[in-house]
Design a protein around this ligand. Structure first.
Ligand code: PGA
Length: 264
């Protein structure tokens, strides 16, 4: 029986107002308590900073094991404290119950000028605070069309991951985010195999399996075929995670597509 954990992660971005976010968290948590997904499936929801505390309380009310349903933040600052107006540190999000943090999302690389070096500092800070980093990498459309995806991914892996990285990697081609377009199964399989082949340059030992997820326009319609690709360890979901039923449908599809096969 397969015991490799699979992940469904919801990235709410800056999109749910306070009450909507808390209700969304409650709806997801209650549905998962009533119909628990299989234990190999780990669900993580990542609200904006302002909702971390409330969402954490909502998740605690249902008493699900944190492997089953946990909370993450969408960013953290590289330093643990100091005169950094407007920033939020990894220990601060840990205090509010975050177990994960998304780092290096393309929207932060693009809108905040985050470089691989900055992301690596954040990975270090998160790890030191006991938070699992979810690092996003992915090429732009022009880079893909010019045949430069492999070198972009290689540079991002080498630059943004720490040596001995312990976390999750999410392959999110920038052209697939919010576009309604997903890579073909064949392209996704090829890219994920490439990423797996590149990973050992940042890992100290061979026996660590870094979960590699796919993100970009995932809905419950594409989730089964994406999750059935062997190299895919889960999905990072943006807009389809903002509505409880569509997110629960993705969790259901992921559970079905990755159900351990009984040995013959
Ligand atoms: P999307 O976003 O599912 O809305 O394309 C995914 C992401 O940016 O993580």
């Amino acid at each position: 029986m397969s015991t490799v954990p699979k992940f469904v992660i919801g990235n709410w971005k800056m999109q749910a107002r306070h009450e909507h976010g808390l209700q969304l968290a409650r709806d997801i948590a209650h549905a998962m308590r009533d119909t628990p997904p299989p234990s190999h499936l780990h669900t993580i929801i990542c609200p904006p900073f302002t909702q971390l505390d409330g969402v954490h309380q909502a998740l605690r009310e249902v008493c699900l094991p944190h492997e089953q349903l946990a909370m993450g933040a969408q960013d953290c600052y590289p330093a643990s404290s100091g005169p950094f107006t407007g920033d939020i540190s990894a220990p601060m999000i840990r205090d509010l119950g975050a177990r994960y943090v998304i780092l290096g999302h393309s929207e932060r690389r693009q809108n905040h000028g985050e470089t691989d070096a900055i992301i690596r500092q954040k990975v270090k800070a998160a790890t030191a605070a006991g938070i699992t980093p979810i690092v996003c990498i992915g090429e732009h459309l022009a880079e893909r069309n010019e045949g430069r995806a492999a070198s972009v991914l290689s540079t991002q892996i080498e630059g943004s991951l720490t040596r001995g990285f312990r976390g999750i990697l999410a392959y999110e081609p920038v052209w697939a985010i919010g576009s309604g377009i997903t890579p073909s199964q064949e392209e996704l399989q090829r890219k994920l195999q490439l990423i797996r082949a590149l990973l050992p340059m940042r890992l100290m030992t061979d026996d660590i399996r870094v979960p590699v997820l796919y993100g970009g326009s995932v809905t419950s319609v594409q989730a089964p075929s994406i999750m059935s690709i062997e190299a895919v360890d889960g999905v990072l979901v943006g807009s389809a995670s903002l509505e409880a039923q569509s997110f629960l449908d993705i969790i259901g599809a992921a559970a079905e597509a990755t159900a351990p096969q009984p040995s013959p």
